[in-house]
Design a protein around this ligand. Structure first.
Ligand code: SF4
Ligand code: SF4
Length: 354
């Protein structure tokens, strides 16, 4: 069973049954073209057409605040590890966010492994949903090849008019299809329709920044001293919105907190942001990325240069959230274009393959 179909008339029943199997979260409209992944129990609550949610689904994999251990020093030091998790299905995850989850999976799977993350990840089932067209002008998913599905889901739905075609990718996906009962096997004509949709998408989704993706790391190699970072310094408010909403930003701060009895307490972690001034402060009060230009540069290099060396992939999924959320209107596509055209980079970049 590789492809199955679900009639649109059965969508409400599908969601209701899915929600009965275990907790279900899906994109929900919050008004003013804002969306959020939230618990749902019926199909009416689900926004099938949505632009990327304010916070990406990473919040289910690494909560904004998470207790790691509890301690008690009353009789020597007693330490109890804490792993908070629950079984949940995420419905409607777009391909850019599937790519984001794949990125943080890689980060937390390398040694030293992060078991809090990995145990929680095992409890989360993922049902993807294809974007048939661009969300809005901020997206740059084609540049980083995240506009088409490339794994990272249990089941993946594509809207083909009166029905969805679903790719069954894992045993979990097969179990969902079997227990929900609304699905039928796909026929050759359904697969033809899927093929035509993908062809239309290939024509519609065009590289959003005029550079061959494989040349991006080289562009960054030449851009360390670029004046573009100074320009961003003058505009950036150092609020940290761009990193909080980014599906691949995973930095956290660890805090030990003691209760009033001065014996018991807990260690927890909070999301942190490289855009905040204290992030790079070390003992003695020195900060090695004091200027906002250095912090902005670091953010971009963490998306387009460093992970290419470490993980052989970009850590930008082209979701556009950082640009949508920036009060200073710092726009990722514009920054990439500025770097491409920067004549003051340490070595001029010749993008002669376009
Ligand atoms: S959201 Fe904009 S203003 Fe805020 S830290 Fe990021 S780039 Fe700077
Ligand atoms: S850098 Fe911006 S566009 Fe890229 S994944 Fe993060 S939030 Fe999305």
């Amino acid at each position: 069973m590789e492809y199955v179909i679900l009639m649109k008339d059965d969508f409400g029943g599908f969601i209701s049954r899915l929600a009965k199997l275990q907790k279900l979260a899906a994109p929900v409209s919050k008004g003013y073209n804002n969306f959020s992944f939230q618990e749902v129990s019926s199909g009416d609550e689900v926004a099938l057409k949505y632009i990327p949610t304010i916070i990406p689904p990473k919040k289910f994999f690494m909560p904004r605040q998470e207790t790691l251990l509890e301690f008690n020093t009353a009789k020597g030091l007693e330490v109890k590890p804490v792993v908070e998790h629950e079984k949940i299905t995420l419905f409607g995850v777009h391909t850019c966010d599937l790519a984001g989850i794949q990125c943080i999976n890689m980060v937390f799977s390398i040694r030293p492994r992060d078991y809090n993350y990995l145990i929680r990840k095992r409890k989360i089932d993922i049902i993807g949903l294809e974007c048939n067209e661009y969300c809005d002008e901020y997206a740059s998913c084609c540049l980083v090849s995240s506009h088409l599905p490339s794994g990272g889901y249990d089941l993946f739905l594509t809207d083909l008019g009166d029905y969805f075609i679903a790719h069954v990718n894992t045993q979990v996906g097969e179990d969902i299809v079997e227990s929900i009962k609304y699905f039928k096997s796909a026929e050759a004509s359904n697969l033809e329709e899927l093929k035509s949709l993908r062809e239309r998408k290939r024509a519609l989704f065009k590289n959003e920044v005029p550079i061959e993706p494989r040349l991006i790391p080289e562009m960054f190699d030449r851009a360390f001293e670029s004046g573009v970072w100074k320009d961003l310094e003058e505009r950036c408010l150092a609020c940290g919105n761009c990193t909080n909403v980014c599906p691949t930003c995973y930095c956290f701060d660890i805090i030990d907190e003691t209760d009033m009895d001065l014996k018991t307490g807990r260690r927890y972690r909070n999301w942190d942001s490289c855009q905040l001034e204290p992030f790079a402060k070390v003992a003695g009060g020195e900060s090695f990325r004091k200027e906002r230009s250095a912090r902005q540069r670091h953010r971009y290099y963490r998306k387009f240069r460093y992970p290419v060396s470490k993980f052989a992939r970009f850590f930008c999924t082209g979701c556009g959230r950082c640009s949508r959320a920036c009060m200073a209107k710092i726009n990722l596509k514009e920054t990439l274009n500025s770097l491409l055209n920067d004549r003051y980079a340490s070595k001029p970049f010749i993008n002669d393959e376009i």
